[in-house]
Design a protein around this ligand. Structure first.
Ligand code: ADP
Length: 360
């Protein structure tokens, strides 16, 4: 390649074997290389299109690209690398007409491990990165999302026109600081006990997804009820989930519950994206979930420390402030969201629904 002419075709072919440091795939496989141009003064501009809203190794990838070009074309004067984002997804809700790229279930083996807190902060963290996000509270036995996001509004029904021009009534989700939210708590009084039988549960979840005007979303997060498989089964029949995030705390007992949750998702054919260790720290210990993840061959998505600011912000309905204020827990919450979106994109790159673009 040392004597090849500096032109776009040769540049593309020299970059096709560059392996990006996050997904560890050559650019020819991942399809990240959007364009390469060169001008009369031997300057090169490269545009990389990332599949995730936050990519942790941009400068490392830029250096790799620059070094590869400069080695192959010593006459090259300057290489500039620009990044754009096009969040990839498998159109999870396509079957029921949802325009949502990725639907993520957040589950746990038992209650009290901070599953709803993680679901809501994951939603706000992805929004913080610039993604369009919705949050469904499917924890019908103890819906707590409206409380966490601090809304007491009720969703309204509105008339829309479908593809065929017919008028249809749909529910408009409540907006809580930019996040679209649906919850059973909007429809029942706080002290009203609801006994759910299978078919009712199925109907409620279906309405939350199918009859709600979500618009176009990059991610829709579903806060699952702890333990049981009913809602997972319904979801797995209804939509093509991007996958499930399993939340657990570091204690031994909680880890066993997490294993059950993983098995439950696997049984209903929902891929498990990874495991999050919540409330990690002195009291419960640390690192248990990471170990368990290894045993189960599941990626570790990160840890969230046991932290008074998380409890205060979530219990006072200000969970979004964990992402907008510079608090100690922010970096952990962002890391979990970044890793989750990376794991989703990884499954899409490894098993693309359409062949990657030919760049040679
Ligand atoms: P689950 O959905 O698993 O039942 P919640 O998300 O409702 O659990 O959390 C239970 C309680 O723990 C809440 O009071 C919440 O504020 C608190 N909590 C959750 N995660 C943390 C954390 N990392 N640090 C401190 N408190 C937390």
């Amino acid at each position: 390649m040392a004597n090849a002419e500096l032109n776009e075709a040769n540049l593309k072919s020299c970059l096709s074997s560059v392996v990006d440091p996050v997904f560890e795939k050559p650019l020819s496989v991942s399809g990240f290389l959007k364009s390469v141009t060169t001008d009369d003064s031997s300057r090169v501009s490269v545009e990389v299109e990332l599949p995730v809203p936050s990519y942790p190794k941009e400068s490392e990838l830029s250096e790799l690209i620059q070094a590869t070009i400069q080695q192959a074309f010593p006459e090259c004067q300057d290489v500039s690398v620009k990044y754009s984002v096009n969040i990839r997804g498998k159109q999870s809700g396509g079957r029921i007409g949802l325009n949502v790229k990725n639907i993520i279930a957040v589950g746990a083996g038992k209650g009290g491990v901070g599953k709803s807190t993680v679901a809501a902060s994951l939603a706000y963290a992805l929004q913080h990165f610039g993604a369009r996000v919705g949050l469904v509270d499917a924890d019908v036995y103890g819906p707590s999302i409206p409380h966490l996001v601090g809304t007491s509004e009720k969703p309204v029904a509105q008339e829309f026109h479908n593809k065929d021009g017919q008028a249809v009534t749909r529910i408009v989700p409540v907006e809580a600081r930019g996040l679209k939210v649906m919850s059973m708590a909007f429809f029942v009084e706080p002290d009203q006990a609801v006994i759910w039988r299978g078919p009712m549960l199925h109907k409620a979840i279906t309405q939350f997804l199918q009859d709600t005007e979500w618009g176009e979303l990059d991610y829709l997060i579903i806060d699952m009820p702890p333990g049981t498989g009913d809602v997972s089964l319904t979801l797995s029949q209804l939509i093509d989930l991007a996958g499930a995030v399993v939340v657990c705390s570091p204690q031994k007992v909680a880890l066993l519950d997490a294993v059950k949750a993983v098995q439950m998702f696997r049984q209903v054919k929902i891929p498990v994206l990874g495991i999050v260790e919540n409330m990690s720290g002195d009291i419960f210990g640390r690192g248990g979930a990471q170990e368990k993840g290894k045993d189960l061959q599941i990626p570790f998505l990160g840890e969230i420390p046991m932290n008074a600011e998380i409890r205060e912000k979530s219990d006072s309905g200000n969970i979004s402030e964990l992402l907008t204020e510079e608090l100690e827990s922010q970096q952990y919450l962002l890391k979990v969201a970044e890793n989750t979106s990376i794991e989703i994109a990884r499954t899409l790159i490894e098993k693309p629904s359409r062949p990657p673009l030919e760049i040679l």
